[in-house]
Design a protein around this ligand. Sequence first.
Ligand code: ADP
Ligand code: TPW
Ligand code: MG
Length: 577
Amino acid sequence: MADAALAKKPAAEAEQDLTDGFNLIIDALKLNGLTTIYGVPGIPITDFGRMAQAAGLRVISFRHEQNAGYAASIAGFLTKKPGICLTVSAPGFLNGLTALAHATTNCFPMILISGSSEREVVDLQQGDYEEMDQLAVAKTMCKAAFRVLHAQDIGIGIARAIRAAVSGRPGGVYLDLPAKLFGQVMDTQKGKQSLVKVIDAAPAQIPSKDSIKRALDLLKSAKKPLIILGKGAAYAQADDAIREFVEKSGAPFLPMSMGKGLLPDTHPQCAGAARSTVLKDSDVVMLIGARLNWLLSHGKGKAWGEAPKKFIQIDIEPKEMDSNVEIVAPVVGDIGSCVSALLDGMGAKWTSAPADWSKTVSTKRDENVAKMAPRLMNNNVPMDYHGALGVLRTIIKERPDAILVNEGANTLDLARGIIDMYQPRKRIDVGTWGIMGIGMGYSIAAAIETGKPVLAVEGDSAFGFSGMEVETIARYKLPVCIVIFNNDGIYRGTDTNSAGSDPATTVFVKGARYDMMMEAFGGVGVNVTSPDELKRAVNAAMDSGKPTLINAVIDPAAGSESGRIGNLNPQSALKKK
Ligand code: ADP
Ligand code: TPW
Ligand code: MG
């Protein structure tokens, strides 16, 4: 509003007619159903947090932006709406940036909103408080990056950010808001009109008829079909259609880590415990929302065996096709639309996958499961991974709607294999990068977004990356039970440094009591040394819903270097043994 017009009105009346950048951002988020913000306050966003809270948004205040960012990223995965992370400028922004890159890499929709210094000062590099050209830095690490300079563009800026985050292949978006924007005023009515409610933010992408026919013809021709369900399939929230399609196909299915539970791991077609057999021996492989990246050995080499294979791939991102090997039947579209079209195309007379192949796979699976069973029942002290995980496996079976957060090396790989999942989007973990540090951010967001109890199974090293958020969990009284597999270190707690008095690089303080960290903030801390004790402590935590941290003492010699991916670890040929 022009200053001259304002001057004519009495002050009180003039104020009533005005809104400002703070309010417009809040209104724009609310209008688009984005009602939870994860962040850390400070200049220039402190008042924004207060005002957002007063306006009924949920503002979850963290101890470190990286954890707030991871929380926002997994909120995006769990809800299909962009998770919002709010940070201060330069260092706060940089702390949030890891999570933004992580969201983009994992195809999770997220918006990082950071306050920033004024353009005039930044561009002349005059040394403002926390000065940095944040937009330029962010651009290389996310799907899209925008800056809003004028209050009247806030509505459009937020609309663009939402659309960029959730449409097509989801990813991270950066929104740069210079400090001055927050205080800019404009006429309330005009402000309201400038806001945009995004219509159909992630439009259905319908696959072509030809691509569906090609895929079904190939699937039908298979003697040894395999369906791989990735976290894109979990994200798509097309659970019923996916289940119907997999069952109708009769093919064995292999869930990727965060695809577990789309169909229960105990489903007769699940090939989770026969992974090497199905990768090696299958002849037609259908990928649904899973990339042929390192996690699937790039679709070639030893893990995939000698037998020739043909791939069908369903993905929303056309550029994903042929990324590592030839995709004979690419199906480009959103998974919900693609799977529905496949189901329609199968008709009533689809013949199930060959019985001999299904039998081979289920026999192998049952053998492997039977081999593992006694190890999971051991009550050894000190505990090994299997004894401890056997207990947690039963607890998730009894509480299938709990969310399992998981990070570490041995703690991750063994938990992934041992703990069966029964429902979609209940297992969230280190993702595409195998990143440590997602634990507490994910736990917090999972509790807040779903209202379900959370069980976080954490290596002692992994936990350390986000451990201070135990205070956040206690402060918001979240139903989170953290179990730390404390083996005194990274992979093992037994390394020694032969050259001097410093500890080896992979070991931590022996006998550390992480449980006392939760007690420090008024939560429940428990130290356990046997599977029986672990079981009692976790069940008590899940029943009470009280923030709990269980220090589970694991034999320091039980783990192996780099867990299951030791083969990726280069070793010096000159290393002294
Ligand atoms: P995983 O790690 O479980 O194997 P990835 O993260 O490698 O899974 O792959 C997920 C894939 O899912 C990505 O290629 C992404 O483009 C795709 N995707 C995500 N959401 C959808 C959707 N709604 N429809 C189709 N594909 C999707
Ligand atoms: C951001 C490298 C991979 S796994 C791991 C590290 C440090 C910790 C393993 O020890 P933990 O588990 O958690 O105690 P366990 O049961 O085997 O003892 N920095 C980042 N990400 C990764 N992946 C690393 C370092 C790493
Ligand atoms: Mg450890």
